[in-house]
Design a protein around this ligand. Structure first.
Ligand code: ZN
Length: 171
């Protein structure tokens, strides 16, 4: 069984590699960057195995996961480990979720005054980054937090949005 100490250590370990964007806690320490849209896997000292980040977090910080269920992200960030953004569901739920989110992505209530980006904004940002505009300039121009731009630039969020024929290797 996990005890408080293990939970605390897990949180501290993750926090050293987390950036906070809107309400998401985005884990930046993944073993591999080449597939940055994939859920990162982390080492679970209790079982000495690697599991998807969200699974480990849910198990130890929320509750054990019944067989057959997977952890879903209410936000769209595979790298997010904010327990409030995680819920249990089936693989079918997951595909349905993705379709819904693609159409209409709504922020998850808490602190919704800082609204999430819309897909059209993300495309705009990616296009401008690809054309060589710097993140700082872009943040000012669009009145968006620099960290949000960085997160998109480095593929920590919205990495599933891929531009056709980017004019540079940025996106
Ligand atoms: Zn999140």
């Amino acid at each position: 069984m996990a005890n408080d100490t293990y939970q605390l250590k897990l949180v501290k370990r993750l926090q050293t590699r987390t950036i906070y964007i809107d309400n998401c806690w985005i884990y930046t320490g993944a073993p591999s960057r080449e597939k940055s849209y994939d859920a990162p896997r982390i080492y679970d000292k209790h079982t000495s195995k690697q599991y998807p980040l969200a699974r480990v977090v849910y198990t130890y910080l929320v509750k054990p996961i019944p067989k057959g269920l997977i952890v879903l992200h209410r936000c769209d960030n595979a790298r997010c480990w904010n327990p409030k953004h995680l819920s249990l569901g089936t693989k079918q739920d997951n595909s349905r979720d993705m379709v819904l989110k693609e159409r209409n992505y709504a922020p998850s209530g808490e602190n919704s005054s800082r609204s999430k980006l819309k897909l059209s904004q993300v495309i705009d940002i990616k296009t401008k980054l690809a054309s060589g505009i710097g993140a700082t300039k872009l943040a000012k121009e669009l009145n968006i937090n620099r960290k949000t731009i960085d997160s998109i630039k480095h593929g920590y969020s919205w990495s599933h949005v891929i531009l056709q024929n980017p004019s540079s290797g940025v996106v």
